[in-house]
Design a protein around this ligand. Structure first.
Ligand code: CO8
Length: 261
């Protein structure tokens, strides 16, 4: 397989692709070469028919302590605008069709918090340290933080956090609805993310992709258009063999053998 410098890639459970950010010297600080590796890994898993869902994690100490401040410090407007700085970060949330679960332990600050929020489901451990501290550096969140955090936890809380740059814990992330689940230890957090990914991977690949697509649409559409979109996709699935396989298996009390893997 492909070798990477800043990430580790494996398939620890049937149908599950694991991507671990691995730049320990800089607390997994994110920079373009690392993001390009993440994109390559997610693209490969997305295309691999044996994979049904992915988990993204860091170390127990840091999911990612932000964008690389040393790399950014000398950029000027022309560098940032000219090269569309951060644009490559949008590939995972915008083009990957299979679900991604982020398992967040340790620091998830700035771009690290934003990367965690790009995943479809967020799990964390109690002591995870989230935050958008960009204001302290003279800038603002640049990889979706002001939008995704606000959508997840509401305007007043997000505004307070983004204006003060204060951190919040994994327990807070769970209490406020940013995290789907919170765990005592980093080990439990990663194990649970892998187990959930394995469950997802046991279902029809097209049904799973359609679930992700319709839930994501709810973020962009009003309720009426969203429900209409959902119904169209629902109707479309009656054209899939997996709809026949899944419903027949239920009626016959058998385990479905999905066609679309
Ligand atoms: N960038 C570059 N290097 C970093 C970063 C970072 N974000 N975070 C940590 N490091 C490095 C440190 O410089 C240090 O390196 P060295 O050993 O060479 O001095 C090493 O990692 C270990 O860090 P510390 O010694 O500071 O470890 P501590 O345990 O004392 O502290 C903290 C941990 C609290 C996480 C601390 O490192 C910290 O505050 N880091 C910066 C956090 C931050 O401000 N993040 C936001 C960055 S801005 C951002 O993400 C903007 C996003 C905009 C969109 C995306 C742009 C790409």
């Amino acid at each position: 397989g492909q070798t990477f410098e800043y990430i580790k890639v494996s398939t620890p459970k049937p149908g599950v692709g694991l991507v671990e950010i691995n730049r320990p010297k800089a607390l997994n600080a994110l920079f373009t070469p690392l993001i390009l590796e993440l994109n390559t890994a997610f693209r490969a898993f997305d295309k691999d028919p044996s994979i049904g869902a992915m988990v993204l994690t860091g170390s127990h100490k840091a999911f990612a302590a932000g964008a690389d401040i040393k790399e950014m410090s000398t950029k000027n407007f022309a560098d940032a605008y000219g090269a569309d700085f951060i644009e490559v970060w949008s590939e995972m949330p915008n083009t990957i069709k299979k679900p991604v679960i982020s398992a967040v332990n340790g620091h998830a600050l700035g771009g690290g918090c934003e990367l965690a929020m790009m995943a479809d489901v967020l799990y964390c451990s109690e002591k995870a340290n989230f935050g958008q501290p960009e204001v302290k550096l003279g800038v603002i969140p640049g990889a979706g933080g002001s939008q995704r955090l606000t959508q997840a936890i509401g305007k007043s809380r997000a505004m307070e956090l983004i204006l003060t740059g204060k951190s919040f814990s994994g327990q807070d992330a769970y209490d406020w609805g940013l995290a789907a689940r919170v765990f005592k230890t980093p080990e439990e957090c990663v194990e649970a993310a892998l187990a959930t990914a394995e469950t997802i991977a046991s279902y029809s690949r097209i049904a799973v992709k359609a679930c992700k697509e319709v839930v994501n649409k709810s973020q962009d559409l009003g309720i009426r258009e969203g429900v209409e979109f959902e119904r169209r996709v629902f109707h479309g699935l009656f054209g899939s063999e997996d709809q026949k396989i899944g419903m027949t298996a239920f009626a016959e009390k058998k385990k479905p053998e999905w066609k679309h893997r």
